[in-house]
Design a protein around this ligand. Structure first.
Ligand SMILES: Nc1ncnc2c1ncn2[C@@H]1O[C@H](COP(=O)(O)OP(=O)(O)OP(=O)(O)O)[C@@H](O)[C@H]1O
Length: 380
């Protein structure tokens, strides 16, 4: 547990970067510091590993004041990842990752073995071990940065806008990778970003800071989205917080319609009879995988003539946000729900998704929201 207790930072020129900040950062969870440029996120992060000393207040790790430990020992107990990775350009990937173990006195061989193990953990091809940072893409460099920070197995990971310099697709991959690694390793991660979507995707808890380094709200992402503390937080969340909040509601209990799903070769009279009046039907292959939409009144059985079924959602894994999105993208307004192997479980329109949203909210209210774990993580 990291406890930030009434901490302020006033720089020499009088700028107050952080103002009487108090935060309890739990173990085995990702705490995100988010807020507009200049609100004191980096200053706060760097006070934890004493790259910056607070002007007042105390920071404790597991009850112990960070000032009571030699600064080098303290920093080695905290992995640190920054934007653009900050790799040593003259060292290979393997030696970059082995840096801290070597500083800790590990033999070269043991440190390199550990580095190779970490390359695998962060999803880097072993063939990259002998490359230099300039021979890697931005996303690969960030992975090396994460591996290097994890090398000595520190209990705490400090990450300062680590994925800001890569394109959105790579960034998404890095976020998923971080969540996977965190699922395996369970560190206390403090993650700085100015991007609310990133905060919602990866944070177990989010601290929203306002300019001047004051805390505006500290809560779980779904709570921040559903109950922003004040107009500042509300504005920072943007105009679609309702839709974003659906990321935390599961499609598990969505009432899927199976009556209009038919395997190819089905009798067309049966199709027209069973499907709702005038409604298109979804045709699947013999294994139950979607082929496309048909109008049962006019379709002649030619699979080539089916209308594309659009992107699908995975029932139970994807959120109601994804299901709603799929209804918008579907040519029929009906989203196709599949199981993990891609077989159709049924279809759902916007009314069905809306009903699921209402009942999920009712359940959540009844269960007293703060106790209920988010149904879905990561805003898929
Ligand atoms: N060494 C310094 N001397 C004076 N002022 C500083 C110094 N470092 C930072 N600041 C100021 O302190 C405030 C907080 O800076 P900080 O870098 O912590 O913000 P941030 O939220 O991380 O910003 P960004 O998102 O733009 O990186 C800003 O007004 C900044 O200009």
């Amino acid at each position: 547990m990291i406890a930030i207790e009434d901490v302020s930072k006033r720089y020499a020129d009088g700028t107050v970067a952080v103002d009487r900040l108090s935060l309890q950062i739990p173990d085995r969870s990702i705490t995100v510091l988010v807020g507009p440029s200049g609100c004191g996120k980096t200053t706060t992060l760097r006070m934890i590993n004493r790259m910056i000393e607070p002007s007042s207040g105390t920071i404790r790790v597991d009850g112990e004041d960070v000032r009571s430990r030699p600064v080098n020992t303290l920093r080695r107990s905290m992995g640190y990842v920054i934007q653009n990775a900050g790799l040593f350009q003259h060292r290979t990937v393997l030696d970059n990752i082995a840096t801290v173990p070597r500083l800790l006195g590990w033999s070269k061989q043991r440190a390199r073995e550990r580095a190779a193990e970490l390359m695998e953990r962060v999803g880097l091809d072993p063939a990259m071990a002998r490359r230099y940072p300039y021979q890697l893409s931005g996303g690969q460099q960030q992975r090396v940065g994460v591996a290097r920070a994890l090398a000595a197995d520190p209990p705490i990971l400090l990450m300062d806008e680590p994925f800001s310099a890569v394109d959105p697709v790579v960034r998404r991959g890095l976020q998923e990778e971080l969540l996977r690694i965190q699922g395996e390793l369970g560190k206390a991660i403090v993650f700085v970003t100015h991007d609310m979507d990133e905060a919602i995707t990866i944070g177990d808890r989010i601290a929203v800071l306002r300019t001047g380094g004051r805390l505006a709200q500290f809560a779980a992402p779904d709570e921040i989205l559903s109950s922003p503390a004040d107009p500042f937080v509300e504005e920072f969340l943007g105009s679609d917080r309702g839709i974003r909040g659906l990321s935390f509601l599961s499609t598990r209990d969505l009432e899927l319609d199976r009556s209009r799903v038919f395997p190819v070769g089905s009798d067309r009279r049966e199709m027209s009879g069973r499907a709702p009046e005038g409604a298109p039907v979804l045709v699947t292959d013999a294994d139950g995988r979607p082929l496309g939409w048909a109008d049962p009144g006019s379709w002649d059985g030619d699979v080539e003539a089916l209308e594309p079924y659009g992107p699908v959602f995975e029932v139970g894994r994807d959120s109601l946000r994804v299901a709603l999105d799929r209804t918008v993208l579907s040519p029929t307004g009906q989203a196709v729900g599949v199981d993990g192997s891609g077989k159709v479980l049924g279809v759902a329109g916007q009314e069905t998704v809306a009903a699921a949203i209402r009942s999920a909210r009712r359940r959540r209210r009844a269960a007293d929201a703060p106790q209920e774990a988010p149904a879905v993580k990561a805003g898929r």
